[in-house]
Design a protein around this ligand. Structure first.
Ligand code: ATP
Length: 535
């Protein structure tokens, strides 16, 4: 599937729009249209339902060491600045970037690639940020221009090796930046903190600086004690939160995949250190299964365990659920969700503002005087088991998912072009979004075959009855075949048509979006039939 086709469908049918489009858009920000808002909400609701509300805390699910409880939270986006100092984000949440002195553009160091080339006795590195499929053309065009060669002399360019990351280049003076005309205009890589800064209150001084949260997780950690004290939850238990997060990504791209404002669905699961590895494995598999149950099955979805060198300093195990997004080079996957064993790093940081000597990571929070750089809350965030009397800092397993990346993956997976016969039996290509009925924005569309003989009245009654239970759509305009096509593009799993037979025997046809199968049901059974099928 070509990504451009999906992007254009998303815009045309109202799944997604560029934010502030009438003013030219704002890079890294996206709006969800009338269909998209339902789709994303259904995904978030499915997550909350499956992870929190419908979770059975009395029975241990398959693979879980014991039964467990789940509860929820909704925290603020702006929190006390100290939260980010103790969490490590203030010092460590950065990407390396390079600036171009000529074009005034900024790039993420790891996202610039390029190739060495030699001509006219000079060897240079031509850098690009153009997507993989077009990068060859881009560097060739720019190398020709740099050496003042014509396209027909492309053979004069002696390429040396394949594309490599800018990270492999030590000497920037030989680099032709992605938008530069001369060599050596890129700066050395510099750290760039990804948190958005803002000012709280009217004074507007640096002392009032605060940050938009770059993840929802910290709100859960700082409320750990509140949840314990206000409920009767016992370890093991999880706290879930869905909410917006903000990261000032240097190069937002690939549609909504890397945005600057996005939504996360996170769980912090608190358990006893001794059983934490078992819980880590449980959550890794449970989360992977969630995606497959909603239709991301097949080889495009993988669970990838990180190697030790790739893990954060505090992590004792990390796996990513990854999806082969169509905009990525063949064989590459993009992260949908990370499941990390974070040990007691977070609770301990918020408690002490430092880590004990057994926990790696201590070095990052020490000031020049060797003392902890930031003071923690000083609150006791240990857990006391009222049955055994044991007191400990729970370990944490964190399944951290992105609602927008999940939405994008479900859209990519759903996009299908197939051939179906039209009314005259001729094969026509149709575009159909094969979204799982549970997340489809509209569950059923109701059509009168023609706009007369009382058919619209019956159809409207059916539509109103369905609408009380789930999102439905009524359409009486144009040929019925075209109405089907529009619903196929919207991903509506069922279309109900009121026709001549309805007037005689009080039945309607239901058409299945994927199989195109049609069958008749009694008008009175419509709602229950659709409800059962979209569960
Ligand atoms: P990446 O390496 O792709 O930047 P990450 O490892 O920094 O992602 P986490 O900090 O683990 O991501 O965040 C958890 C989840 O939040 C990710 O798996 C992803 O689904 C989502 N997410 C993170 N950054 C973004 C973003 N810029 N745009 C959209 N979703 C994001």
């Amino acid at each position: 599937m070509q990504m451009e086709k999906l992007v254009s469908l998303c815009r045309r049918r109202g799944f997604m729009f560029q934010s502030s489009e009438i003013y030219g858009g704002l890079n890294g920000f996206w709006d969800y249209g009338p269909l998209g808002v339902n789709l994303k909400r259904n995904i978030k609701n499915a997550w909350w339902h499956d992870m929190v509300t419908a979770h059975d805390e009395l029975t241990a699910p398959a693979g879980a060491p014991t039964p467990y409880e789940m509860t929820g939270l909704d925290c603020t986006i702006i929190m006390h600045p100290q939260v980010w100092k103790c969490s490590g984000h203030y010092d460590l949440f950065h990407d390396l970037m390079v600036d171009c002195r000529q074009s005034n553009r900024r790039y993420r160091h790891d996202q610039v690639r390029g190739r060495w080339v030699e001509a006219k006795g000079q060897r240079i590195f031509v850098a690009t940020v153009v997507e993989t499929s077009e990068e060859v053309d881009d560097v060739t065009r720019r190398a020709l221009k740099f050496f003042n060669l014509r396209a027909k002399n492309a053979d004069d360019l002696a390429w040396d090796g394949d594309f490599v990351s800018l990270e492999t280049i030590d000497d920037m003076s030989q680099v032709l930046g992605p938008d530069a005309k001369e060599l050596g205009t890129l700066t050395e890589p510099r750290e760039f903190n990804l948190m958005f800064k803002t000012i709280v209150g009217a004074m507007g001084s640096e002392r009032d600086a605060a940050f938009l949260r770059p993840e929802t997780a910290q709100g859960i950690f700082v409320n750990f004690k509140n949840v314990l004290d206000s409920t009767r939850v016992r370890v093991p238990f999880g706290i879930a939160q869905i909410g917006k997060s903000f990261r000032n990504e240097i190069t937002p791209r690939n549609f909504t995949f890397r945005s600057r404002e996005f939504e996360q669905m996170e769980i912090e699961f608190f358990c006893h250190p001794d059983s934490s590895q078992g819980w880590y494995k449980f959550w890794r598999d449970r989360r992977m299964r969630w995606y497959t149950e909603l239709g991301l099955a097949g080889e495009r979805l993988i669970l990838r365990e990180h190697g030790e060198e790739e893990r954060s300093h505090y992590s004792r195990g990390t796996s990513d659920v990854e999806y082969a997004f169509p905009f990525l080079p063949k064989g590459e996957y993009g992260e949908l969700e990370g499941i990390a064993h974070r040990g007691d790093f977070d609770l301990r940081s918020h408690m002490e503002g430092k880590l004990d000597e057994n926990s790696p990571g201590l070095e990052v929070q020490l000031g020049e005087d060797g003392k902890p750089k930031y003071r923690g809350s000083g609150r006791d965030l240990t857990y006391r088991d009222d049955l055994s009397g044991e007191k400990y800092v729970p370990h944490v397993i964190e399944p951290s998912a992105g609602a927008d990346r999940a939405t994008l993956a479900f859209l990519c997976e759903a996009y299908t072009e197939d051939e179906v016969p039209d009314e005259k039996g001729k094969l026509q290509t149709r575009t159909v979004m094969k979204l799982h009925p549970r997340i489809a924005p509209i569950k059923a569309a109701v059509f009168p075959l023609v706009k007369k003989d009382g058919m619209p009245e019956i159809a409207r009654d059916i539509y109103r009855a369905i609408k009380q239970q789930m999102p439905a759509f009524y359409d009486e305009k144009g040929a019925v075949g075209r109405r089907y096509r529009r619903q196929d593009e919207a991903g509506t799993p069922y279309c109900i048509t009121v026709d001549g037979d309805t007037l005689k025997d009080n039945t309607v046809t239901i058409r299945d979006r994927d199989t195109l199968e049609q069958w008749r049901v009694k008008v009175d059974d419509c709602v229950s039939e659709i409800s059962q099928r979209v569960k």
